[in-house]
Design a protein around this ligand. Structure first.
Ligand SMILES: [Zn+2]
Ligand SMILES: [Zn+2]
Length: 370
């Protein structure tokens, strides 16, 4: 295992910035090849510089403190130094992976180039768009396959060098002297991400990464019948992977706006119609607005408040099917607040015929019994 970086500087783990600086200055002065011609001082000086390069950088230091060890210490990523490669705007993950040689945070022993990240996008569509389905263009900035090297990461026509850190095995063997004897462990070579080889000539456009950040315009078809809260996965439309590794997916979170006229229950759509109490008593034909246009329904005489009528096949399109749900109309009875004298007389007439009892003497019966 590479020597502990703090140890290289003669420090304890977690030493402060000042301590690190001081230790480095002191040791660098001692081992600098210009002043120290002893055998091995050259190596020692390289070790110091490598340790200082990490520990003097707050971000790298915190990564080292958190994850414990560093493989691609020489900063090489197929030959080029990723920190001088012009990736100024890289996000944390990219800095991390180039620094640690590609394992990434979730280093689960997986070897080889990293699959591209999934991209998550939220989108709100109207209720009617959820009925008809809609084509949308989604814009986001993400890595895509490098156009110069077609994602390979190397200059076209060039080959590979065997990784010098692991001699092409992709694995690093470490021996550790412990009170119980020598323990040998094997881990993935961070210098080559376990591939055992490096590019002879990394692509100049993408610095060996096989991808470049670009504005993406992806057209997606949101299917008819999509639910509020649905998550659509468009496979392979996320970020391109490194060095030709598979792309991530595009994840679309769909919100559907509510409608003033319709509510949805699974594949059925519900709405309400207002009927005059006399229309409900006598029966009528009513026009009902559905998401597929206007339908006429028969309201039989004697329809009650809250009664429902089903209009078949006028509901939501069912996903992955050609059929549709139903439209359910709920009847709401409208009782007039006031009547003309003439109408009142007529209704009282009917009430009398029906022998209806009333307790409100102020109302109807004042006239009859008064
Ligand atoms: Zn390239
Ligand atoms: Zn290697």
């Amino acid at each position: 295992m590479a020597k502990d970086l703090y140890e290289s500087l003669g420090l304890k783990k977690g030493a402060s910035e000042t301590e690190i600086k001081k230790a480095y200055r002191k040791l660098a002065a001692k081992y600098h090849p210009d002043v120290n011609k002893d055998k091995g001082s050259d190596e020692k000086f390289k070790e110091l510089s490598a340790a200082y390069e990490v520990l003097s950088d707050p971000q790298k230091k915190s990564q080292y403190d958190q994850f414990g060890h560093v493989g691609g210490q020489d900063g090489s990523y197929g030959g080029g130094n990723p920190f001088s490669g012009g990736f100024g705007g890289e996000d944390y993950e990219d800095i991390f992976s180039s620094f640690f040689g590609g394992g990434g945070r979730k280093s689960s022993g997986r070897r080889g180039p990293k699959r591209g990240r999934d991209i998550e996008v939220s989108m709100t569509i109207s209720f009617m768009d959820s009925v008809s389905g809609i084509k949308k263009t989604i814009k986001f900035s993400a890595y895509e396959k490098c156009s110069s090297c077609e994602g390979e990461g190397k200059e076209p026509g060039t080959g590979y060098d065997t990784c010098s850190s692991c001699h092409g095995t992709g694995q690093i063997l470490q021996q550790q002297q412990t009170p119980f004897g020598v323990i040998q462990t094997q881990s993935t070579c961070h210098s080559c991400s376990g591939e055992g080889k490096k590019f002879k000539n990394p692509c100049k456009t993408c610095f060996g990464k096989g991808r470049e950040k670009k504005e993406q315009n992806i057209e997606v078809n949101i299917p008819a019948g999509v639910f509020d809260g649905a998550l659509l996965r468009i496979s392979g439309k996320g970020e391109a992977g490194e060095k030709g590794a598979p792309s991530g997916d595009l994840l679309l979170h769909i919100s559907v706006k509510s409608s003033p006229s319709f509510t949805r229950d699974e594949d059925d759509i519900h709405s309400t119609i207002d009927l005059h109490v006399l229309q409900a008593m006598l029966g009528t034909e009513a026009k009902v607005k559905t998401v597929h246009g206007t339908s006429k329904i028969k309201i039989p005489a004697g329809t009650n408040h809250g009664q429902t009528f089903k209009i078949k096949g006028k509901g939501m399109p069912k996903l992955r099917s050609n059929s549709k749900g139903n439209h359910i109309v709920h009847v709401s009875l409208d009782v007039p607040k006031s009547l003309s004298d003439k109408n009142r007389e007529k209704l009282e007439e009917i009430a009398k015929d029906l022998n209806l009892e009333f307790s409100n003497k102020e109302g109807l019966f004042k006239k009859i019994f008064g």
